[in-house]
Design a protein around this ligand. Structure first.
Ligand code: NAD
Ligand code: MG
Length: 394
């Protein structure tokens, strides 16, 4: 029996994770559920799952919620420190890190520091602090198991050969809702259009990232650190059906792929039951009907965010934290209607190019530069230039 803490239980990954756990009650049990502020869903989950405790990261919710909404015996806590304590608890074997954004790094870190296996959905943990996070896992002798579908696919395909035999890893991308749009049309894209993902149902931040292909950029960086691969061994191919989740090509020319319908329950389940494969709640590939699989090269001109991913994966240091923070702030501005869609990649490049690069930052350096990059992004206008920058934290 594995005991699980779910960080971000009310999100898209979190709710899928609870479905997986409910389908295998003799293997998986939920110890803790953590969310930001969605009390309605969290208290409902508490009734269904009966965890040991639930946590709201937003301390302001103390005044809003009522303990009487919870079943007897379920503890209630508040604040980010409580989320970290749940991740490090002696009663937990696996931590599902599924908070969105750089806010998820603290939980990932606390779990690894306590020697827990981490089922990692929060790719931002690796984008912001890849070398520090993987080094911590190594030092604590613990494992990061990917939940991101592409990285789960790579992790599975890598088992077909030795690491020294890998030629390249190819991440697939759906191409998002603007795959066939002209550059002129993309200039005018609205939040509603960007939130219409053709194949995946996900939280709003990652859905916007998929439309700009920033999601794939973040995944290139995630793969760089998770699998310790140089950026020039990572490629991206657009695959609109989202059935092939990624490929690994070995030196003899064999290409091993992992296929399944686009549904996050399978990669979540694989991380939770690894190394076992069990009959679970994920949908099966239906081969009784004609199945078409298309692949096309990505268009770096219409989706310039993708180039940023490769550049940042090559440069390392502070670049990942700056790109991630700038993107988070830019996505928020776009959703609030005060940034044009293509400006997301533009502001990220501007902030990245003007930041003071440090090749080997500490965790506190990264958290400081994250705050700086958010502020710069919030005040960015298309006429932003070097001279209007506030100073980079040193
Ligand atoms: P979501 O927006 O649906 O859910 C986010 C969850 O995080 C919610 O439970 C929310 O309450 C919680 N949260 C947000 N801010 C928090 C904070 N400061 N403290 C504590 N909790 C907080 O997001 P999602 O789509 O489930 O994505 C979660 C993560 O998984 C992201 O890093 C995303 O990139 C990654 N991911 C998601 C998918 C997917 O299919 N949704 C696929 C691959 C990877
Ligand atoms: Mg993915």
């Amino acid at each position: 029996m594995k005991r699980i803490a779910v960080l971000g239980s009310t999100g898209s990954i979190g709710t899928n994770c609870l479905e997986v756990a409910a389908a295998m009650p003799d293997r998986l049990t939920i110890d803790s559920l953590c969310a930001h502020s969605n009390w309605e869903l969290l208290s409902q989950q508490a009734k269904e799952v009966r965890p040991r405790r639930v946590i709201l990261a937003d301390e302001g919710m103390k005044q809003v919620v009522s303990r009487s909404d919870l079943p007897e015996g379920v503890g209630l806590e508040f604040g980010s420190d409580a989320v970290e304590a749940a991740a490090a608890s002696a009663d937990v074997d696996i931590v599902v890190s599924a908070i969105v954004g750089a806010a998820g790094l603290r939980g990932t870190w606390a779990a690894l520091e306590a020697g827990k296996t981490v089922a990692l959905a929060n790719k931002e943990s690796l984008v912001v602090a890849g070398p520090l996070v993987t080094d911590l896992a190594r030092r604590r002798g613990t494992t990061i198991l990917p939940v991101d579908s592409e990285h789960s696919a790579v992790f599975q395909a890598l088992q077909s050969g030795r690491r020294s035999e890998v030629r390249r890893v190819v991440l697939t991308a759906s191409g998002g809702p603007f795959r066939t749009w002209t550059r002129e049309r993309i200039e005018q894209a609205t939040p509603e259009q960007a939130l219409e993902h053709p194949t995946w149902s996900m939280g709003s931040k990652i859905t916007i990232d998929s439309a700009s292909m920033m999601n794939k950029a973040l995944e290139v960086i995630e793969a760089r650190w998770l699998f310790d691969l140089p950026a020039d061994q990572i490629e991206v191919v657009v695959h609109p059906q989202s059935i092939v989740h990624s490929f690994v090509e070995f030196v003899d020319g064999s290409v091993i792929a992992q296929l399944s319908p686009p549904d996050m329950k399978l990669p979540i389940q694989y991380a939770l039951t690894y190394p076992d494969r069990l009959n679970g709640p994920s949908p099966r590939l239906d081969l009784s009907e004609t199945l078409r699989l298309d692949f096309e090269p990505p268009d770096f001109d219409r989706f310039p965010a993708l180039s940023l991913g490769f550049e940042v994966a090559r440069q390392g240091g502070t670049c990942g934290a700056v790109l991630n923070a700038s993107n988070e702030a830019a996505v928020e501005r776009f959703l609030n209607g005060n940034l044009a869609f293509p400006d997301i990649a533009r502001v990220c490049r501007a902030v990245l190019e003007t930041h003071q690069f440090d090749p080997s930052p500490t965790l506190s350096d990264l958290l400081r530069i994250d705050q700086w990059a958010r502020k710069e992004t919030e005040r960015w206008t298309p006429s932003y230039s070097h001279s209007c920058l506030t100073s980079t934290p040193s």
